[in-house]
Design a binder for this molecule. Structure first.
Ligand code: GLC
Length: 739
């Protein structure tokens, strides 16, 4: 037995080869297995049925760890982790287990850890530094639990709002997604993968998972390889360039070929074109899905072989793969070299991240959970994530003449709705009996705390249920609002309406919420609507009738405190939408970077433009853009052009502005969108202050993908547009030529 693989002075590659050369086929295939420690057990509570995270029996776990040498486990937290790791370290080769978990807006599956806004919420901050810090905090809390790997970031592009998982995306634009994805990857992985508080990131779900027909989860994405390279691959390229250690294969099929068996995507694009060096894990039970959902394999042997040959390395929770794969190798149906390469990819990462050392030095330390420093980061990010969509007659910030606020609505005091998906009560199915640990502020609690300091009274009524139209107490809610000077209505959706398996066709307000709003409006008092929702909803009535609208999406622990601050003007909102809103779900898609060329430009019965636009958000102050200029009038393909613009705060309050730069290719050999985000800068400006904002655009970023799938920078005239959001009417424009 050559135990030099335990020598941290050797390189990861050397250690991998020394270890691999001594492994049996059982030990090799074990390294490719990822098994869930949690099982889902059905729980009956009266007439309610939900699923709990049960835990596999000790015998089952012992068998996977010591009998099959499992390489990775997921959905395991707390002191169970070190117990299981001890078992693994006592096997013949003592290869430590890689523990993975969905810590996707903080270490959310562990009650007590810091819970941030969801990716969709955080993306409205457009703040790369704060999103990176969110990753850093999450890494420290995941490590505190003895875990090593988060299945994050989601780099899917949220373009069909019916899809259940929109809340997990950074919105609809590939460039913004790529920038924020790279930022959070750096946050997770830290300075070096081997640092004690670094964890592996996982770029998912590779690829075009959100583009499934009708927003139907894990279904069919009818996209060509050209389209993939033109739109969906870009955020993943940014992830590879940011050093992302792992990728996750998506569920759905791509132009009829399931991602799990799609060699073009998993090998030609990911390995050859992007140069990805880490390892690829499938999504949950993708191998069995080839048989039972996608019918491209007769049995587990065939499914296992197809998955391996296509380029997957680690297999998430398809237990039968283990025996099937060993049998395939022993019967010569697959070449052991394929197994060896997959094991190399996994072991290389395990050695590179110092797992053999970390596993032996782990000490539980959950004192970092929700520590002051982490809460401070959360608060800063939340303050920049909330979007002011309407503020008619500058009704906000609230005047100091008001004495009483009525806070009405189903999401006013509901921390479950506010946290959103992928937390300790949302998985595997929503359960209300779990008591969330403090600190957190529901909308009501935050408004009350800030109102108290302003000597303003607050009354509250839930008004109605968020989903069930029969459950409402609107008349009582109206009584509660009768003597208020202003009404804050908190509506939206809930965890049962967002997430995997929860695609939603009708995006109008559910339950009796719309009726509640209309009855409140009939009181003829100022009506401020606060939205707590996992995705854009079809809210034309709110846009028309509310005096002010705040979009918070799922704002995490600090959401209520920040909304209180914003209502009273202690925080000036600076968030901007990373995703467009529809008038109605039958209008979809409404994303901004679409093509021209629609006969009639609209439905005969519905506008074509979105209700709220990508990049849109108001402030309590006003910004003026002037002196827009370009560094070049003529460029060649390897130039970088710089756009300059002066932005001045001409309002009455200090604030931050997200300056956006869009490009349009005026004539191209393939269709290109009417505009595409190619740069942005967030600037803080005191009252009266002017800053010159400079944004660089490398000309190679303007390449199109031609029908042969090649990236080509075509000569011609381009237009650069710069301004506060994506609407044509607010953008300054200038042309330049590429020769
Ligand atoms: C889930 C999700 C994926 C998640 C994985 C592990 O089904 O599709 O995003 O990371 O399984 O929980």
């Amino acid at each position: 037995m050559n135990r030099d693989y335990l020598n941290p002075k050797l390189s990861a590659t050397e250690r991998t080869e020394i270890l691999l050369s001594q492994m049996t086929i059982e030990e090799k295939v074990g390294q490719l297995m990822q098994i869930s420690v949690a099982t889902t057990v059905e729980v009956k509570d009266g007439n309610e049925t939900y699923f709990e995270y049960g835990v596999r029996s000790d015998d089952e776990i012992k068998e996977w760890v010591q009998g099959k040498f499992v390489g990775s486990l997921l959905h395991c937290i707390g002191d169970q982790v070190s117990k299981i790791q001890e078992m693994a370290l006592s096997t013949r080769l003592g290869i430590p287990i890689l523990f993975g978990i969905d810590a996707i807006h903080g270490h959310g599956l562990h009650n007590g850890a810091t819970i941030f806004p969801t990716q969709l919420g955080a993306s409205c901050s457009w703040n790369k530094k704060l999103v990176e810090q969110m990753g850093r905090v999450t890494a420290k809390e995941v490590v505190a639990d003895g875990l090593h790997w988060t299945f994050s970031p989601v780099l899917c592009i949220g373009r069909d709002l019916r899809w259940g998982r929109i809340n997990e995306t950074f919105g609809e634009d590939p460039f913004l997604i790529g920038e924020l994805g790279a930022a959070i990857i750096k946050g997770y992985q830290g300075r070096d993968l081997s640092d004690s508080d670094s964890i592996l990131a996982c770029a998912k779900h590779y690829i075009a998972y959100g583009e499934s027909i009708g927003g139907r989860d894990a279904y069919e994405s009818p996209v060509s390889i050209r389209r993939i390279k033109d739109i969906f691959l870009k955020p993943f390229k940014r992830a590879v360039d940011a050093g992302c250690a792992t990728f996750m294969t998506s569920y759905q099929s791509i132009d009829g070929v399931p991602a799990t068996v799609n060699k073009t995507v998993l090998k030609d694009l990911l390995r050859d074109e992007l140069g990805f060096k880490g390892f690829l894990v499938t999504d949950w039970d993708n191998v069995d899905a080839l048989i039972k959902n996608q019918s491209v394999a007769h049995d587990i042997d065939e499914a296992s072989r197809l998955a391996l040959e296509a380029g997957n390395d680690m297999i998430m929770n398809s237990p039968a793969f283990y025996d099937a794969c060993i049998k395939l190798v022993k019967s010569g149906l697959i070449d052991e070299e394929i197994i060896d390469n997959a094991v190399r990819n996994v072991l290389n990462i395990k050695f590179s991240m110092g797992l053999f050392e970390k596993a032996r030095q782990y000490k539980p330390n959950t004192s970092v959970f929700s520590c002051d420093e982490h809460l401070k980061t959360n608060l800063e990010l939340t303050r920049e994530s909330i979007v002011l969509l309407e503020n008619k007659n500058d009704i906000l910030p609230l005047s100091n003449k008001i004495n009483k606020i009525a806070v009405i609505g189903p999401n006013a005091d509901d921390i479950y709705a506010q946290y959103g998906d992928w937390t300790y009560f949302s998985h595997p199915t929503p359960k209300k009996h779990v008591i969330p640990k403090r600190p957190y502020y529901t909308m009501l609690e935050g408004i009350k705390e800030v109102a108290k300091a302003h000597k303003v009274d607050v009354s509250y009524h839930y008004g109605c249920d968020v989903m069930d139209p029969q459950k409402e107490a609107i008349s009582e809610a109206l009584d509660c609002a009768q003597d208020a000077d202003v009404i804050v209505a908190v509506v939206g959706d809930c965890v049962a309406q967002n997430g995997e398996f929860k695609d939603r066709a009708n995006l109008s307000l559910s339950g009796a919420q719309q009726r509640l709003l209309e009855e409140l409006k009939s009181l003829n008092k100022p009506l401020i609507v606060v939205l707590v929702n996992g995705k854009p909803l079809a809210i034309p009535w709110i846009k028309e009738n509310a005096d002010a609208v705040l979009e918070t999406f799922n704002s995490g622990m600090m959401g209520g405190k920040v909304v209180g601050e914003i209502l009273f003007g202690e925080t000036n909102p600076s968030g901007k939408l990373s995703i467009s809103f529809p008038y109605d779900s039958c209008q979809l898609p409404v994303y901004y970077n679409n093509y021209l060329g629609w006969h009639g430009k609209k439905y005969i019965d519905m506008p074509s433009e979105s209700l709220y636009h990508f990049g849109y958000g108001l402030s309590y102050t006003t910004f003026k853009y002037e002196c827009f200029s370009l560094s070049h009038a003529v460029c060649n393909a390897d130039d970088t052009i710089t756009a300059y613009v002066d932005v001045t705060n001409i309002g009455m309050m200090d604030g931050s502005e997200i300056v956006q730069l869009y490009v349009r290719d005026l004539v191209s050999s393939v269709m290109t969108p009417v505009k595409q985000l190619k740069g942005f800068e967030k600037v803080e400006l005191k009252v009266g202050e002017t800053k010159t904002v400079a944004i660089d655009v490398p000309i190679k970023e303007l390449a199109i993908v031609n029908p042969q799938g090649e990236y080509v920078v075509e000569p011609g005239t381009f237009e650069i547009m710069i301004g506060p959001d994506s609407r044509d009417e607010v953008l300054l424009k200038a042309k330049f030529k590429v020769v």
